[in-house]
Design a protein around this ligand. Structure first.
Ligand code: SF4
Ligand code: SF4
Ligand code: FES
Length: 513
């Protein structure tokens, strides 16, 4: 592989790399605002300027500039090397680049920072970006001087709703154009652009449009400052109180890699955001997946029920065991869930094939939805491939056969994992059964129709493996503790197995000699 030298260190690069790409891959940060590894490079912020050392025998390209001399109280002429943006400069073998080691670069970065902050409001105490804002980080690292401008800043529109998910603050905007390029290049919906010039420049929407494409939250995600904020997250939490785990988005079969941010003190989740995986989602997520975290807390089933009435978990387990055990197991169906992890489904699969001896096994989950060529899959379940894998060379009964089987009384009882089934017809058929036991996370038509409900935890409350549409098995970590009295489905299945054993023992003891 060819090499170049950055601040005295020899680094490898791939042909076609720019300086910032090669440095980024080596884990070295060259400060940047407008550059993003997943977008084109307009080189408009000038924060990434670096100095190129000319090859031996060649003189550097020098510019005539004026420098303010505080001792003489006047400008003095001097020469400085022409700096280049690292985000646009392609590398050549043997090239020598100075970043942190160049006094000219250090001064240029401080000047860019100062220019960006000339009209910037001092909003940090109320800004959602505080704590993860590049203006704050780079001020500390590359500027560190107090503001010299004493005039009133240029005022621009604040709190402009761009659409249902995003609010824009033009005063905080540093005009890096990342949000514009996300809409153009990722979402293929070029509805954002710039208007005016100089310090009056601001981002605007196309006439008669709202920022409502399925990747609108990615504009906020790439904004390096607090100019774009998400309606969902605004003013809800300070980021330094949050912790992150690595999760897999449960929104569809793409299985985007994500971080789930939660507050360990209150055990609440606040945010879902992309985690880079070049094989799966690159740098992105869709809005639906970003907002999927809200279901961890909303609409949850947080009580055990028998016959629609709340009861203790032990009583519900006892009732479930009494209704699911017995001798007529050929007419007992078990429905696995591609909404749940491999571990949850494996536990239920083993119970169905073992202690329960269920006659028929199906796969439920959500019905299909809208997809696109970018990330969104029409299969709205994160683990269809994982559930199918449990059957080895076989496969579950086709779910289309469930309703006719209920009508023909070939199925009279069912144990279902998950709160969703693909269609209303199936939910109605489940409601006609003599016994319907649901291992459910959320309220809904299935839970309402159940004879016994056992509350189970969501993906955020237990770790698990999900296999995406490409066949990649990916681990998702646990963020918060299971919300009581719910248990991860695999533990609930174990508890149900215990209750079944107990019921079997009681039945044999009752039969007597
Ligand atoms: S809103 Fe943010 S991402 Fe868009 S141009 Fe302004 S600073 Fe850049
Ligand atoms: S594309 Fe699918 S997996 Fe990715 S964020 Fe959207 S819903 Fe989640
Ligand atoms: S990162 Fe903005 S000019 Fe290079």
């Amino acid at each position: 592989m060819p090499t170049f030298v950055l601040d005295g260190h020899e680094l490898e690069f791939e042909p076609g790399d720019t300086i910032i790409q090669a440095a980024h891959r080596a884990g070295i940060d060259i400060p940047h605002y407008c550059w993003h590894p997943g977008l084109s490079a307009p080189a408009n912020c000038r924060m990434c300027l670096v100095e190129l050392v000319p090859p031996a025998g060649r003189s550097p390209l020098l510019l005539d500039v004026l420098r303010w001399d505080p001792d003489r109280q006047q400008y003095v002429p001097e020469k400085k090397p022409k700096l280049v943006p690292a985000c646009q400069q392609p590398l050549a073998p043997g090239m020598e680049v100075r970043s942190q080691s160049s006094e000219h670069v250090r001064r240029a970065r401080a000047a860019v920072q100062e220019l960006l902050l000339v009209n910037h409001p001092v909003d940090c105490p109320i800004c959602d970006q505080a704590g993860e804002c590049r203006l704050q980080d780079y001020w500390l690292e590359y500027q560190g001087t107090l503001k010299r401008m004493r005039d009133e800043i240029v005022h621009k529109p604040k709190a402009v709703p761009f659409g249902p998910t995003i609010v824009y603050d033009a005063e905080r905007c540093i005009v890096c154009t990342r949000c514009i390029r996300v809409s153009d290049e990722l979402a293929k919906d070029p509805i954002l652009s710039l208007r005016e010039r100089g310090n009056l420049t601001e981002v605007v929407l196309s006439p008669d449009r709202r920022l409502d494409h399925p990747y609108s939250l990615m504009t906020e995600y790439v904004c390096p400052v607090g100019a774009l904020t998400a309606v969902d997250f605004r003013f809800k939490a300070r980021v330094w109180f949050l912790r992150s785990v690595r999760t897999i988005c449960p929104g569809c079969a793409t299985g985007c890699n994500a971080f789930l941010d939660y507050d360990p003190r209150t055990q609440r989740v606040f945010r879902h955001r992309p985690r880079q995986n070049l094989r799966v989602n690159r740098y992105w997520m869709c809005d639906e997946g970003m907002l999927s975290y809200r279901r961890v807390h909303s609409g949850r089933v947080l009580e055990a029920r028998v016959g629609g009435k709340a009861t203790t978990l032990d009583r519900a387990l006892g009732a479930a065991a009494a209704r699911l055990g017995g001798s007529d197991q050929a007419r007992l169906a078990v429905i696995l869930s591609p909404q749940h992890s491999n571990e949850d489904n494996q536990a239920l699969f083993a119970l169905a094939r073992g202690a329960l001896g269920a006659g028929q096994l199906f796969m439920g989950g959500r019905g299909p939805g809208e997809g696109d060529e970018i990330l969104r899959h029409t299969d709205k379940n994160p683990n269809t491939a994982g559930v199918m894998g449990l059957f080895g060379d076989g496969h579950p009964e086709p779910i289309t056969g469930f309703v006719p089987a209920v009508d023909a009384r070939r199925i009279t009882r069912a144990l279902v994992l998950g709160s969703e089934v693909p269609n209303l017809e199936l939910a109605a058929a489940l409601g006609q059964l003599e016994t319907l036991v649901v291992l459910g996370t959320h309220q809904g038509s299935l839970v309402e129709r159940a004879s016994v409900v056992l509350p189970v935890s969501t993906w955020a409350e237990s770790e698990g493996t999900f296999v995406n549409a490409q066949g990649l098995a990916q681990k998702s970590e646990r963020a918060i503790r299971p919300i009581e009295p719910s248990l991860p489905a695999r533990q609930m299945v174990d508890a149900l197995r215990g209750a079944l054993d107990h019921a079997t023992t009681a039945r044999s003891a009752g039969a007597g000699p």
